[in-house]
Design a protein around this ligand. Structure first.
Ligand code: HEM
Length: 534
């Protein structure tokens, strides 16, 4: 039932059907007298082509499936609300982060990355953590993961990463795990992934419950306040139930016995009133501090240590309602980090910049054309006015003779919003540069934070990482790939590499020189990459 006062729930309520006590009809409203027998010539057939009831029912069924997401295909969604603790107007003018009175409706989708729609919840994998805020200024999507960093630094490598992690193209195996040659081949040739691989091989990749994992926006974003002053911001979600994982043996057991384990746990918790909660945390970095760190804020393989910049908890999200219909809501929701509101802006992180293209592009295919924002779960709670028209499945009936701007004939044409009226104005960052297709030298230290992460783990947690790598690399058939990975691991921690080598019955090869900080300032980046692997 619609939740009174929750604008999104009320809006969705207009689309919810209730067929209780109603008579069955065709899609064109003709009442159906018999839905169980097709129309036949005589008792024993043949069926007649004129049977519009049979044709409509089967045709609709034939078209029930749409493509699953190219990544993050398996997911679970829930509705909820976000409530701010204290106004953040000093750093951002985003209304939902200024106004402590309004509860902002949210829709969240948790997911695994590599597996298909029907794969097990307990695969060793990154978890997607996508949150949509239906704000008074339009939708804001925070499309993050349960790990604070990523495998690659530049979006142009994303298709390669995903081709490597997905099932192998000839035999579609393995279904949903990273234990295979293609993944480790790619990883062993991509030293920038070292930090993320530590997270992915840690207990963080086996959450006990979706309610018990952290979320991260990963990239550095920008906040902009009403005076136009910008700061950098990292987003965090802190679960009030704490962070908990299962052990690998448990994960394998659960996968066999109940592949829906996480989905069921989330659903049941919400049904029983044990509403999962997270606090939204921010790390704020003043613009003038951009270059004060040993890493580049634009590099998504790095996190900002909480010891350097503490996480301030600014509000709470509570998930309190299960979807009415998996397909209509969880499957058709179209998250995109380009869904943004005034007061929040992008940075030049090359991973972020590529994502800004990818999501809408894939959704045009997945959701069948340019009108997917009109699907109920995707509609903002504020009205939409512009001159975009037509296309497959258009729902709006745009009235009037004109649909262009500038326009003197009036009709039904909306005016542009000035900044003072809430119009989005991109942050006027100064850019003065040459075009170049290369990696910034400030992105070349791939190992310091991998070490930091490994050292931050307790001994049992470190042992889990050794076990995970031994298991995963133990499935890799090509010995050269195993050895190359041991070389990478030895650059993170000698004990780690030694432990995995012992389990694999191999020796740790002498690593080639990869300490990026020692690369001369004038070194050619392409040459440098070859220092490690050629
Ligand atoms: C889907 C997170 C990098 C392309 C998703 C989803 C999440 C996510 C959470 C699932 C959204 C949902 O539940 O519907 C991230 C994070 C990244 C990252 C945190 C790195 C920081 C990338 C990159 C690309 C990309 C670099 C491409 C260049 C996609 C695509 C989908 C997707 C195509 C499917 C979207 C859909 O069908 O609706 N991502 N992603 N992602 N991501 Fe990413």
């Amino acid at each position: 039932a619609a939740e009174p006062g929750n604008k999104k729930s009320e809006q969705l309520g207009q689309f919810r059907d209730d067929a209780t006590g109603q008579l069955m009809t065709t899609n064109t409203g003709t009442k159906i007298n018999d839905d169980n027998n097709s129309l036949k010539a005589g008792d024993r057939g043949p069926s007649l082509l004129e049977d519009f009831i049979l044709r409509e029912k089967i045709t609709h069924f034939d078209h029930e499936r749409i493509p699953e997401r190219v990544v993050h295909a398996r997911g679970s969604g829930a509705h909820g609300v976000f409530k701010l603790y204290e106004s953040q107007s000093a750093v951002t003018k985003a209304l939902f982060l200024n106004d402590t009175e309004t509860e902002t409706p949210v829709f969240v989708r948790f997911s695994t990355v590599a597996g298909s729609k029907g794969s097990s919840d307990l695969a060793r994998d990154v978890r997607g953590f996508a949150v949509r805020f239906y704000t008074q200024e339009g939708n804001f999507d925070l499309v993050g993961n349960n790990m604070p960093v990523f495998f690659i630094q530049d979006a142009i490598k994303f298709p390669d990463l995903i081709h490597a992690v997905k099932p192998e193209p000839d035999n579609e195996m393995p279904q949903a795990a990273s234990a295979h040659d293609t993944f480790w081949d790619f990883i062993s040739l991509t030293p920038e992934s070292a930090h993320m691989v530590m997270w992915a091989m840690s207990d963080r990749a086996l959450p006990r419950s979706l309610r018990m994992m952290e979320g991260f926006g990963v990239h550095t974003f920008r906040f902009v306040n009403a005076e136009g002053v910008a700061s950098f911001v990292k987003f965090h979600w802190k679960p009030l139930l704490g962070v908990h994982s299962v052990a690998w043996d448990e994960a394998q057991n659960i996968s066999g016995k109940d592949p829906d384990f996480h989905r069921r746990d989330l659903w049941d918790a919400i049904e029983s009133g044990a509403f999962p909660e997270w606090e939204l945390g921010v790390q704020i970095i003043p613009e003038e501090d951009e270059f004060k760190f040993e890493f580049d804020l634009l590099d998504s393989t790095k996190l900002v240590p909480e010891e350097l910049v503490p996480v301030q908890r600014i509000g709470k999200m509570t998930l309190n309602r299960n979807p009415d219909n998996f397909f209509a809501e969880t499957e058709q929701v179209a998250f995109h980090l380009g869904h943004i509101v005034p007061g929040i802006d992008f940075t030049n992180d090359p991973l972020l910049q590529g994502r800004l293209f990818s999501y809408t592009d894939t959704q045009l295919l997945r959701l069948g054309g340019p009108n997917f924002q009109e699907i109920p779960i995707n509609r903002p709670i504020v009205p939409v006015y512009n001159n975009q028209r037509d296309g497959h499945m258009r729902q709006a009936i745009n009235s009037g003779k004109t649909s262009y701007s500038p326009n003197t004939l009036g009709g039904n044409s909306p005016a542009q919003a000035k900044a003072a009226e809430g119009g989005f104005v991109s942050y006027n960052e100064r850019i003065d540069a040459r075009k170049i297709r290369a990696r910034s030298k400030s992105f070349l230290d791939h190992f310091s934070q991998a070490k930091l992460f490994f050292n931050s783990q307790s001994t049992p947690e470190q042992n889990h990482i050794v076990d995970a790598l031994s298991f995963e690399l133990g499935k890799v058939k090509t010995v050269a790939i195993r050895e190359r990975m041991l070389g990478i691991l030895s650059l993170i921690d000698k004990g780690l590499a030694g432990g995995v080598a012992y389990a694999l019955g191999l020796h740790v090869p002498t690593p080639e020189t990869p300490i990026n900080k020692n690369v001369p300032a004038d070194a050619d980046i392409a040459d440098y990459e070859s220092v490690i692997f050629e």
